[in-house]
Write a protein that binds this ligand. Structure first.
Ligand code: MG
Length: 390
């Protein structure tokens, strides 16, 4: 057997929001392209690997091939304008005596040796094979935003690579397509056009094509969870309204403060600022500043969230504990969660509020004051405009 491989790696990665070639982005410590290079090079039957890439990436891909110690089996060539042209150039670059060719997308790093072996075996029988999986979504034809038709799902397959062919067959199909100006979205389609049957070998749902940042593990997106902790105490005094998380709670005393004294919201704000490394609320809203006198703290929380958004961060979840001997807070918790969910821009089920007494101990137990403690986690907003130029 004499098997050649063509790896299509000339995509620009526009949907990745990266100016560079997406197959060169790191995945668990090495470029995405390295996975398929190493996989195919490890097959005894594979004699040659052609990586078709952009002119500007030739040097760095050559360096990668050297670094992987694959200089004797793999080499690069510059691609064409479209994928089809790039693959054709790759086929042209293979040795004349090539019998079978594996065509693979460089952006599919998760293909396994087992899948390739299975497809190769099938190809020796069928001459033309693609990996694919049955679709799990319902697929509809949509015209001008209106559903025109629902397709019969049981006959629909999502097609992957590698696609493996008899070398002379696929080369012939490419030449025919080139002559007639026929353009296809994958190589099988060129054979379908000629009426040649293409066998589908069941692939795996894990063999995804890296297309958007969400396809990469979180840490490759630079996404880490940022945790913040907030704590606040306010004194309880008569003739003040009791306000917690923006909810007016009927009680004989209220929390004293330059603002509305909402210790719970203050703890949440400090947790947010802490997670984003933005200091604390004392720095952001000095209580010497008259504009914050008696201000509704929920409004300050909105300003904090504006700063969080500017850093491209969103809230993952919040957990808040309010320490108060009296009154009973459970009837108000639902309304508090609504307020926080709205301002924090998350679903209500990501907000948890707990209220506790302190068994009559200390300043809270003596009803001299209330305390609140919050923990929040933030993450990078993948929907931010820098990731998805729509
Ligand atoms: Mg405070």
């Amino acid at each position: 057997m004499n098997v050649g491989v063509v790896i299509a790696a000339a995509g620009s990665g526009r949907r990745m929001g990266s100016a560079g070639n997406k197959v060169l982005l790191p995945l668990d410590g090495k470029p995405i392209l390295a996975y398929s290079l190493q996989l195919f090079a490890a097959f005894d039957v594979v004699s040659e690997i052609i990586v078709v890439t952009r002119e500007m990436d030739l040097e760095v891909v050559d360096q990668l091939i050297d670094a992987l110690g694959l200089g004797s089996i793999a080499r690069t060539i510059p691609g064409g304008k479209e994928r089809q042209e790039s693959v054709y150039l790759g086929l042209e670059a293979l040795r004349e005596d090539t019998e079978w060719v594996i065509i693979h997308d460089g952006a599919r790093p998760y293909v396994t040796r087992e899948l390739v072996e299975k497809a190769l075996q099938d190809c020796y029988t069928y001459k033309a094979v693609t990996l694919g999986v049955p679709v799990t979504d319902t697929i509809k034809v949509v015209e001008d935003g209106i559903v025109a038709e629902t397709l019969e799902r049981s006959t629909l397959w999502s097609i992957q690579t590698p696609q493996i062919f008899s070398f002379s067959l696929i080369k012939h199909a490419h030449q025919k397509a080139k002559q007639s100006g026929f353009s296809a979205t994958d190589d099988c389609m060129l054979l379908e056009k000629l009426g040649v049957p293409v066998h589908v070998t069941q692939g795996s749902y894990g063999n995804i094509k890296i297309t958007t940042p969400e396809d990469l593990p979180l840490e490759e997106n630079g996404v880490t969870t940022m945790i913040g902790l907030g704590f606040d105490v306010h004194r309880l005094v008569p003739d003040r309204e009791l306000i917690l998380c923006g909810v007016r709670i009927p009680y004989e005393k209220g929390l004293l403060g330059h603002s509305d004294g909402d210790a719970a919201t203050h703890a949440v704000m400090d947790a947010l600022l802490g997670a984003a490394a933005l200091g604390d609320i004392g720095e952001m809203f000095p209580d010497s500043d008259p504009q914050y006198k008696d201000i509704w703290s929920i409004l300050l929380l909105r300003q904090v969230m504006d700063e969080i958004s500017k850093k491209g961060l969103v809230v993952s979840n919040l957990d808040l504990t309010i320490m108060a001997e009296r009154p009973k807070l459970s009837p108000w918790k639902d309304q508090m969660r609504n307020n926080l969910a709205e301002v924090l821009g998350v679903a209500k089920n990501k907000i948890n509020i707990k209220a506790t007494t302190v068994e009559g101990l200390g300043f809270v137990g003596r009803e001299e004051g209330m305390a609140a403690q919050a923990v929040v986690s933030l993450r990078k907003d993948l929907n931010a405009s820098n990731c998805h130029p729509s």
